[in-house]
Structures are given as C-alpha cells and as structure tokens.
Design a protein. Structure first.
Length: 87
C-alpha cells in the first residue's frame, strides 16, 4: 500500500541538495519511490515523497538517508499517511 511522507525542518537548500545528491544521485528516484518534491516552507525546507510501501521507505532510510541526514546536520519532523487516491 502506498504511503506519503512529509519531512520538514529548519535546514537550507544547500543542506537539502547535499543530501539529495548523496541519496538520489542524478535526481533519479530510489527503488520504491514514486515521487519526490521539495521546496522552502514556512519554517525551513519541506520534502514530500510518495512510496510504494512503508517497507520501501524504511529500506531507503536504513540504507543511506539516515547517515546522509546526520552528515548534513539535518533534523526533520516527519508525518506519514496512507494513500487512498491519486489523480
């Protein structure tokens, strides 16, 4: 079942790009990632991703995202919800 992850934090575009290039080189989606959008939010930066499953997202986090966020000194607040419909 598809899942949406919303990640927000007080980090800069430069920090975002550092992590993105490390975990999504060439701006290519990771296995199981259906979409990725990012931009400035009210309190820093916001990333929204759609994943095929919670398992695919967890694998991505465990296999590189967690370490990349630590290296860039980024802390994020995360929210998730199950996808019921897309258009």
């Amino acid at each position: 079942m598809a899942i949406v992850g919303i990640f927000e934090g007080d980090f800069s575009q430069t920090q975002y790009e550092q992590v993105r290039e490390q975990v999504l080189p060439g701006n290519r989606l990771a296995p199981g990632m259906l979409s990725h959008v990012a931009g400035p939010g009210e309190n820093g930066w916001c990333v929204v991703e759609v994943w095929e499953s919670q398992e695919a997202l967890q694998r991505y986090f465990d296999e590189g995202l967690s370490q990349a966020l630590q290296q860039a000194n980024i802390n994020v607040q995360s929210r998730f919800f199950q996808v019921v419909n897309t258009i």
